[in-house]
Design a protein around this ligand. Structure first.
Ligand code: ZN
Length: 276
């Protein structure tokens, strides 16, 4: 049984199909996720605000890929994009997904001063100024820009509920359901000016080190019931005899090494940094 966050992560490494077999790209020295040690972050006054512009009409479908559920967007045009912040180019939204735990004590991939959150949202964008397809960008320098948002336990999130209501339709692995007109702006925290940024990797195979991470400081609030619906999804397809709950779908944390984590804000301006 997986009794701690670390053991849970190791269980996934052993059991989950996505983590079996040799990896396409062996881990290098800028892997993700990491712990963000606030006292070691560097306040970069040059960091501009992020500009996220999403067109809800580009939202297409939800897909249970056997590891998480992906909310997929039409990325053939620049209608849903992020730019600004640490990014020199414009990046297109292709999908968002979440990572979560079996309990509310863990589930996020990143942590802040070792504090884990019950879940973490990843909005995945690719550099459409330099590349022509996600599949190309994923392997290339400055190919991807991922916005991370922590989910904490609190009141019901009205914006998320539309998505939660659609999840029973993709309970099993490989199921897909049409899902339109969803604006992921509603999943961003009120304050998007304060974020951390560092250079890292995808946290699922192929683990390529082509990601500019932008992790929001302010979490969003979701209810226990909403997380319970995430946990009612399955890693397994309808045909499999033994069904397994989709929980603990996060990667174990990686060494920061010599990397710098920059913040867009003064980490000491609002009292103790750990009092988020
Ligand atoms: Zn992710």
């Amino acid at each position: 049984m997986c009794t701690s966050a670390l053991e849970a992560a190791e269980c996934i490494m052993k059991m989950h199909p996505m983590w079996q077999g040799p990896l396409a790209v062996p881990g290098g020295d800028r892997q993700s996720p990491i712990d963000i040690a606030v006292r070691k972050t560097q306040w970069d006054r040059q960091l501009k605000p992020l500009e996220m512009r999403y067109d809800p009409r580009t939202c297409q479908q939800i897909w249970n890929n056997g590891y998480s559920f992906m909310v997929e967007y039409d990325d053939t045009t620049d209608r849903s994009t992020v730019k600004g912040g640490p990014l020199e180019d414009q990046y297109r939204l292709c999908q968002f997904h979440f990572h979560w735990g079996e309990s509310n004590a863990w589930g996020s991939e990143h942590s802040v001063d070792r504090r884990l959150f019950p879940a973490e949202l990843h909005l995945v964008h690719w550099n459409s100024d330099k590349y022509s397809l996600f599949e190309e960008a994923v392997m290339e320098e400055n190919g991807l820009g991922v916005v991370g948002v922590f989910l904490k336990l609190g009141k019901r999130h009205e914006g998320l509920q539309k998505l939660v209501d659609a999840l029973p339709a993709v309970r099993h692995k490989d199921s897909v359901v049409e899902f339109g007109r969803f604006d992921p702006t509603c999943l961003l925290p009120e304050n998007t000016e304060d974020y951390w940024t560092y250079y890292g990797s995808l946290t699922t195979p192929p683990l390529t080190e082509t990601v500019t991470w932008m992790v929001m400081k302010q979490p969003i609030e979701v209810s226990h019931d909403q997380l319970a619906v995430f946990r009612s999804l399955l890693f397994t397809s309808a045909e499999e005899e033994v069904q397994r709950s989709m929980v603990n779908n996060f990667r174990v944390q990686q060494p920061v090494g010599g990397r710098s984590v920059r913040s867009s804000f003064d980490p000491f301006q609002h009292g103790e940094p750990s009092a988020l």
